[in-house]
Design a protein around this ligand. Structure first.
Ligand code: PMP
Length: 386
């Protein structure tokens, strides 16, 4: 008969149950499909139907009822989770947080200074900061590189912008800004600052914080992010950017984001956060159990911390494993894993050494199971001395 489903790349057959032997595990991308089963369980309450004549207008900004409701839901969610202070902050929406990252760089660099602001980030870092900053380069800013470059060059008048990713992509560590000069401004990317991926020790109260629906509900394809901004002038510059760039965020996107956030908010978020955290924690435990049998591979260590949301001390549950090949001869770690059927993302993409590879743990359960299966074989081979 005809296939009843679209099979995952490693399965075939009429009901997608035949595992294709030696199929490589693709754990390169950060596609957050681990949340798909949660939304299947909440299919009816999260469904959205929009009539053809609905919301046809260009009207955007904080003028529409949907935008106002959405803003309220976002503030409520942050206060329930305790991950960000929203009082005294403006909110700007973006087409994914991707749009807001560059909007923020431009907004912080436009200050009538004659020299371009230098954009810094600490290694290992999410590649889009460098890619975007160079792709959209203007005379207002330039990508400079790792924050350690600054320490050798302590010029307090230099206009600096630092990307701070907390928890960090790729290694899941909670981070703070390291550039302490009075002329340094920071963009805090909190894409992963949710109970799924980390303990929440305290609410972030930075001047410019960026969040995304992608890693919160898993709806990366909806393309919705938001910035919490303290300074009115910076807020207005970001708003100008999104206005010039896309004339605001799609109304369909906003409607869908609102619907999803309202399901997420039910029962003070317990059901989403419990599901997301347990899934990620179980994956991390299985992965580290396997890696602990190896001397060839190690993964990052994250200390347990008190989480104000769950009100307990909790262990790590990061979105990615930042795996290191320890053997002298395994300098090209990506290749070692590729030969073992695991397609990660090379450490060099994050400004780090080729001894590191990022493995995504947020894809589907099948993706994760295949990763683990290949990793177990690699570790067993090691014990066998091959
Ligand atoms: N920041 C970080 C640290 C990310 O990992 C990602 C997605 N991988 C983004 C921002 C962008 O996400 P989006 O545009 O989907 O909001």
């Amino acid at each position: 008969g005809k296939p009843v489903c679209e099979c995952n790349t490693c399965y075939d057959g009429p009901d997608c149950s035949n595992y294709i032997l030696d199929c490589p595990s693709d754990v390169n991308s950060g596609d957050p499909l681990f949340l798909e089963p949660f939304w299947m369980q909440n299919a009816a309450s999260s469904a959205l139907v929009v009539s053809g004549w609905h919301r046809m207008s260009y009207q955007f900004g904080d003028h529409t009822a949907t935008s106002q409701e959405l803003e309220k839901s976002i503030r409520k969610l942050h206060s329930i989770v305790g991950n960000a202070v929203t009082e005294g902050k403006y909110i700007v929406f973006g087409t994914g947080s991707t749009q807001l990252l560059n909007a923020a760089v431009l907004a912080l660099s436009q200050d009538n200074s004659s020299t371009p602001s230098k954009v810094f980030v600490s290694i290992p870092f999410y590649p889009a900061y460098e890619e975007q900053t160079e792709f959209f380069a203007t005379e207002d800013y330039e990508f400079y590189g790792d924050t350690s470059l600054y320490k050798n060059n302590s010029d307090d008048t230099m206009d600096m912008i630092e990307f701070v990713t907390s928890p960090n992509n790729p290694d899941g560590k909670l981070k703070r800004s390291v550039l302490k000069s009075p002329s340094a401004k920071a963009i805090h990317d909190h894409a992963y600052y949710w109970p799924h991926f980390t303990a929440i020790p305290s609410p972030s109260d930075e001047d410019l914080m960026i969040f995304t629906l992608s890693k919160l509900t898993g709806h990366a394809g909806v393309r919705f992010g938001w910035a919490l901004v303290k300074d009115k002038a910076v807020y207005e510059k970001i708003l100008t950017y999104t206005g010039e760039n896309t004339f605001g965020v799609s109304k369909d996107t906003q409607l869908r984001a609102l619907k999803l956030l309202n399901v997420a908010l039910q029962g003070d978020g317990r059901s989403l956060f419990k599901y997301a955290h347990e899934t990620m924690r179980n994956r991390w435990e299985s992965l580290t159990e396997t890696v602990s049998l190896s001397t060839r591979f190690t993964v990052q260590e994250i200390a347990p911390r008190f989480c104000t949301y769950f009100q307990n001390v909790r262990g790590p549950s990061p979105a990615y494993a930042w795996l290191k090949c320890e053997r002298e001869e395994d300098e090209l770690c990506y290749k070692v894993l590729e030969d073992g059927g695991i397609l990660g993302r090379p450490g060099t993409r994050f400004g780090a050494s080729s001894r590191y590879v990022r493995l995504s743990l947020i894809k589907t359960q099948d993706d994760f199971d295949q990763l683990l299966q290949h990793l177990k074989i690699l570790v067993l081979q090691e014990a066998g001395g091959t």
